[in-house]
Ligand binder design. Structure first.
Ligand SMILES: Cc1ncc(COP(=O)(O)O)c(C=O)c1O
Length: 399
C-alpha cells in the first residue's frame, strides 16, 4: 500500500473533537453529556437569514463569483464602517468560512518553511493550516497567571529570524477570551513595522466584547495598512457556523491578487451561505443586543461558578465565549477522558477540551481546560455541579 503523505501524518487531530468517541460511548450508556468543549453557538440565527433561505426563488443554484457576490461585499462595507474600519468592496474577498481565509492567507503570503509567530494558547486549527501550507508556527507563551496578556516585545524578538514572515493574533481570543489593549496592539504594530511582517488578525469574535474596553482592530493600526490581513466569519456573530461564510480582507492588492488565484481554483464560495449572510446584515439591533446580553449572563454564570469550586481558577475573559481554566488535577487530558469514560453524577457528565491541544510547547496547559459558554444558563449551572463532583471523585486530584 502506498504511504500517507508526511503532511497527512503531521496534521494534528482536533483537540476539541478527539474525545468525541468517549462522549459517544457515554451517551450510548444513557449518560447526559454537557458539551463545554465546542464553540458552536446555540442561539438562534437571525430570522432574516432563515427567511432568505426559505424564500430562495432560483431555477439554477450557480457558482457565485470567486470573490463573492458584489452586493454582499458592498453591504459589508457598511457593517465594517460601524467598527470604524474603512474599506471598499474590492478589499473584501468572501471565503468558505474564516477557516479558508486563514488557509488562503498562509498559502498566499508564506513560503514553505516560513515562520509565523502566534501567542499561545491558540486556536488549534492554526497549526493545522500552517502544516497544510508548509509554514511553521512559533509561539510566544501567554500564561493564566498573567491573565493571558501579550508577552513583552523581547519575547517576540527572541523568535524573529530571516524565516519570520508573519504574526498571527486572534482578538478577542479563542481559547482564552483575552482582548488586546490599545497598548498591546501598538506593540504588535511596532514589531510588524520594524521587521516588515504580515499581521494576520483573526477577529471573528468582535461582537463579543464584555468589558467596555475598546476593540482595537488590526485595521485601526496606522502605518501597517499593507501588512494587515483580516480574517473574518459570520459563523459566530450570527450563529451561522453551517453556512460556511467568511472573509479575507486586506488593503494589499498584491496579496488580494494571490488570494484570488486560490479562490478561482476552488471556483466559488457557498451560494446559499452568501444569501443568508447578506440577509443577516438586515438583522435588527435587538438581535445583536439579545445575543450579546445572553452571553454576558452565561459568562458570569460560568466564571463565578468556576471560581467558587475549590482549587479551580479562571481569569475573567473579556471577549469571545471561551475561558481557559486551571483545574486541581494531575493531567487535564486524563481528567477530561475520565469524566466521559469513568464518571457520572445523577446520569450526567461534562465534556471539556484539554488545553494542552492549544499549546505547541510540550507540557504546557497540563492542568488547564478550555470551556465554551454556549449552553443555556441552567445547563451551565448543572454542568458546574457535575464538574465539582467530578473533581471531588477524580483519583488524580491535587487538592
Ligand atoms: C478563532 C477562530 N477563527 C476561525 C474560526 C473558523 O470559523 P469558520 O470557518 O466557521 O468561519 C473559528 C471557529 O471556531 C475560530 O474560533
Amino acid at each position: 500500500m502506498p504511504n500517507i503523505s508526511q503532511r497527512g501524518v503531521d496534521m494534528p487531530a482536533s483537540p476539541i473533537r478527539k474525545l468525541a468517541p468517549l462522549a459517544d460511548a457515554a451517551k450510548q450508556r444513557g449518560v447526559h453529556v454537557y458539551h463545554l468543549n465546542i464553540g458552536q453557538p446555540d442561539l438562534p440565527t437571525p430570522q432574516a437569514a432563515l427567511d432568505a433561505i426559505r424564500t430562495i426563488d432560483r431555477s439554477v443554484l450557480e457558482y457565485s463569483p470567486s470573490q463573492g457576490y458584489r452586493s454582499y461585499r458592498e453591504k459589508l462595507v457598511g457593517y465594517y464602517k460601524k467598527y470604524d474600519i474603512n474599506l471598499t468592496a474590492d478589499d473584501i474577498i468572501i471565503t468558505t468560512g474564516g477557516s479558508e481565509a486563514v488557509l488562503f492567507a498562509f498559502l498566499s503570503c508564506l513560503n514553505p518553511g516560513d515562520e509565523i509567530i502566534v501567542p499561545e494558547p491558540a486556536y488549534a486549527n492554526y497549526m493545522a493550516f500552517a502544516i497544510s501550507a508548509g509554514a511553521v508556527i512559533r509561539t510566544v507563551t501567554t500564561t493564566i497567571e498573567e491573565g493571558f496578556s501579550l508577552p513583552k516585545v523581547e519575547k517576540f524578538e527572541e523568535l524573529i529570524n530571516e524565516r519570520t514572515k508573519a504574526i498571527l493574533i486572534c482578538n478577542p481570543n479563542n481559547p482564552t477570551g483575552y482582548l488586546y489593549s490599545r497598548r498591546e496592539m501598538n506593540q504588535i504594530r511596532d514589531i510588524v513595522k520594524k521587521y516588515d511582517l504580515y499581521l494576520f488578525s483573526d477577529e471573528v469574535y468582535r461582537e463579543f466584547i464584555y468589558t467596555g474596553s475598546p476593540y482595537i482592530s488590526a485595521c485601526h493600526l496606522e502605518g501597517i495598512e499593507q501588512n494587515v490581513v483580516l480574517i473574518d466569519s459570520v459563523s459566530k456573530r450570527y450563529s451561522e457556523c453551517g453556512i460556511r461564510i467568511g472573509a479575507l480582507i486586506t488593503k494589499n492588492a498584491e496579496v488580494r491578487n494571490a488570494v484570488m488565484k486560490f479562490c478561482q481554483a476552488r471556483l466559488s464560495p457557498p451560494l446559499i451561505g452568501q444569501i443568508a449572510a447578506e440577509a443577516s446584515l438586515e438583522a435588527p439591533e435587538e438581535y445583536t443586543r439579545e445575543t450579546y446580553d445572553e452571553y454576558v449572563e452565561r459568562r458570569k454564570c460560568l466564571i463565578d461558578g468556576l471560581n467558587r469550586i475549590p482549587g479551580v481558577y479562571s481569569p475573567i475573559p473579556m471577549g469571545a465565549f471561551y475561558t481557559v481554566a486551571k483545574l486541581p488535577v494531575d493531567d487535564a487530558d486524563k481528567f477530561c477522558a475520565w469524566c466521559l469514560s469513568d464518571f457520572e453524577y445523577e446520569g450526567q457528565t461534562v465534556m471539556m477540551a484539554p488545553a494542552s491541544g492549544f499549546y505547541t510547547t510540550p507540557g504546557l496547559g497540563k492542568n488547564e481546560v478550555r470551556m465554551a459558554y454556549v449552553l443555556k444558563k441552567e445547563d451551565l449551572a448543572k454542568a458546574l455541579v457535575v464538574l465539582q463532583k467530578a473533581l471531588e471523585a477524580y483519583p488524580g486530584k491535587t487538592v
